[in-house]
Design a protein around this ligand. Sequence first.
Ligand SMILES: [Zn+2]
Length: 214
Amino acid sequence: MVEDIYMHKSKTKEGREKMRAIALKLGLRPPSRKGIKLSAIVIEKLKKYWSGRPRGPYSEERKRKISLAHLGKHRSEEHRRKIGLALLGNKYSLGRKMSDEERKMRSLAAPRGEKSYSWKGGITPINAKIRASLKYRLWREEIFKRDNYTCVWCKDNKGGNLNADHIKPFSWFPKLRFSFDNGQTLCETCHDWKTKMDLKVFRGKAVPLNIIYA
Ligand SMILES: [Zn+2]
């Protein structure tokens, strides 16, 4: 299917040829504006729009303002696809590092909740909600405190490395999720191993070790 798309004009002849080749390969055809007559109304509108407006090339200041004004705007799938095609061969962002300020602005402006690209329709799994809850965080903190912030298996006590493990796993024992007797402090390594064991045991692929689940 041949389809019209808008493509930015490349400055070099080589660039233009490359884009034409890509467009042909994709079955796309850049629209020709040649011979298209604008109606008097459109010409009037354009004149009005541009009168007093600064034309390119834009100053750095103005580019920045335009960029800020567009932050967080939502584009349709179609629109994004077209921009992607239009920018084929454009190497502007390659290896370009965002400044901390720009990263922050982008993050602040990004659409939240149902407007976010990653919105899945309000289906935060119940388990994730529990783990984010205050009650859960307090349970976790109590376990750490009781175990002196030390892995009960290997005695590792490096900060930031500790997990509050559910001795009888979280998923299979809903009633024991906030039981202090069912919690223990494990380091990352021991916890990974324990989690793998849990899966095997509770899927019936390994025999439970008394040491772990007694
Ligand atoms: Zn450990």
